[in-house]
Design a protein around this ligand. Structure first.
Ligand code: MN
Ligand code: MN
Length: 469
């Protein structure tokens, strides 16, 4: 007899039919294609637009009107995007929004990066987001980015993921000579200024003299190759955005293939699941929105981060077009305040090797469903959005009615640490917002891990939110 009084969670797999189990693996395979094509925020947005256009979404820039059933996308400076399915009701009545971010922790190349030392050419870097620096050394790395040349021409760089490409590398000490380094704290053993990326090791036959009067043949050889391949000169680095990410593709993990290891699950796994959900959304009452933000890992600032008004501007324009050119600002304010949002970001799953950092009664178990993080913040909920009971009560109802497995989550033990998402930014418009996303292990590591059943359940959760909320 089932006990009705106790709260009980289940492993999703045990409750799935054989058809649903097949769907879990099909979805895992498609997600792997998505994440392998989305190694940077720019590439993520490209892949999102490609998939949206294939499903009939049209560029909002060309929209002359906005009416029920329209499927629109808007791209902001190649780094953030919005997908919209217009509902039956007016936009002022509110939207159902799922918002993720497409940037991930990585290592950025500095503006004037190139130098040579002891027969090796290297690039100086400045890491992006919260990385544990020791995890990024002694692994193969790829380089992606955009270079704007003196004449204004833009070129795209992608080196390291094709199996015929070379890769890049950050060295670490050998154990035989690491006595001093081994005594340091883990957080200090590898310094930010030590994350220098090897880009070359052969000297040019001759070299121009650098400002110090020396002919730097190793550095010159790198510049010669870049010039032949891309028409670049050294000054072009100053107007480039070059990102170093782990080289290689995602892989299934475990003999049962139940998990996926990939770079950038945080937060492209929530981008993917919300993308898939909105691409399959039609005939909704409330307008459905999938937001894909940039810069979350560094505080959501900048014109492509969630603090920017790009989304509000788009909503304002949609309202204007829906009302035959009529617009007043109160409509925008109403639209935002009447909206409901799932801030779709990953959660820290229980790691069986390090359970001591989590409070196990309130931490998400891998394979038990999408994690609901009522509050983020740290040490006394500082900075937390802390969603209303009434709002999460409504979500609980539709999820339970539609067999969506969800579980409560907290970012670690109360005094252990903490973090934030984009939730509070949208909540500032008086919108109901709660964090809901996929549990992850080894978050922010070069390769993170997720469960395929959680991937499946998260997609189902976002779809249910669009259809039923
Ligand atoms: Mn995140
Ligand atoms: Mn993160």
């Amino acid at each position: 007899m089932e006990n009705k009084l106790f709260y009980k969670k289940n492993f999703i797999w045990e409750k799935l039919s054989s058809d649903e189990r097949k769907e879990v693996f099909t979805l895992g395979d498609d997600y792997r294609k998505f994440i392998d094509a989305s190694k940077t925020e720019r590439l993520s947005i490209k892949e999102i637009v490609k998939r949206a256009e294939a499903k009939g979404f049209v560029n909002f820039e060309n929209a002359k009107e906005v009416k029920q059933g329209d499927k629109l996308y808007y791209v902001n400076k190649e780094k953030s995007a919005v997908l919209v399915v217009i509902g039956k009701e007016k936009i002022e009545n509110g939207m159902n929004i799922v918002g993720s971010h497409v940037d991930a922790p990585r290592i950025d190349i500095k503006q004037n990066p190139l130098y040579e030392e002891h027969g090796i050419s290297l690039l100086k870097t400045h890491y992006y987001g919260g990385i544990r620096k020791y995890q990024w050394v002694a692994i193969p790395l790829a380089m992606y980015g955009t270079v704007v040349k003196a004449n204004g021409e833009t070129i795209d760089i992608a080196i390291g993921d094709d199996e015929n490409d070379p890769v890049f590398y950050i060295t670490d000490l050998l154990p035989h000579l690491a006595k001093d380094q081994d005594q340091k704290k883990l957080s200090e053993a590898i310094e930010g200024e030590s994350l220098n990326v090897i880009i070359g090791s052969l000297p040019a036959d001759d070299a121009e003299k650098d400002d110090d009067g020396k002919g730097k043949k190793f550095k010159y050889n790198v510049l010669k190759i870049l010039n032949e391949k891309y028409g670049m000169i050294e000054e072009d680095f100053l107007t480039a955005e070059l990102e170093i990410v782990p080289a290689g593709k995602s892989r299934d993990v475990g003999i049962d293939r139940g998990m996926i290891a990939a770079y950038g699950h945080d937060d492209r796994v929530c981008a993917y699941t919300s993308l898939k959900a909105i691409l399959e959304t039609e005939n909704v009452d409330k307008t459905a929105v999938a937001l894909f933000a940039d810069k979350e890992e560094v505080g959501s600032n900048g014109s492509t981060g969630m603090h920017s008004t790009f989304f509000n501007n788009m909503v304002a324009e949609m309202i204007k077009l829906q009302n035959n050119g009529e617009y007043c600002e109160i409509s925008l304010k109403k639209a935002l305040a009447n909206s409901s949002m799932l801030s779709s970001d990953v959660a820290a799953g229980v790691d069986p090797t390090y359970p001591q950092v989590t409070e196990l009664q309130n931490a998400p178990i891998m394979g038990q469903g999408i994690a609901m993080v009522k509050y983020t913040g740290s040490r006394g909920k500082s900075g937390a959005n802390d969603a209303n009971a009434e709002y999460i009560g409504k979500i609980r109802k539709i999820f339970n009615e539609n067999n969506v497995a969800w579980q409560p989550a907290e970012l670690g033990k109360v005094d252990q640490g903490g973090g934030g998402t984009i939730a509070y930014i949208l909540a500032n418009y008086n919108m109901d917002v709660v964090d809901m996303g996929v549990p992850v292990l080894s978050m922010h590591a070069p390769y993170e891990i997720i469960s395929k059943t959680d991937l499946y359940m998260t997609y189902k959760a976002y779809k249910t939110f669009y259809d039923k909320f």
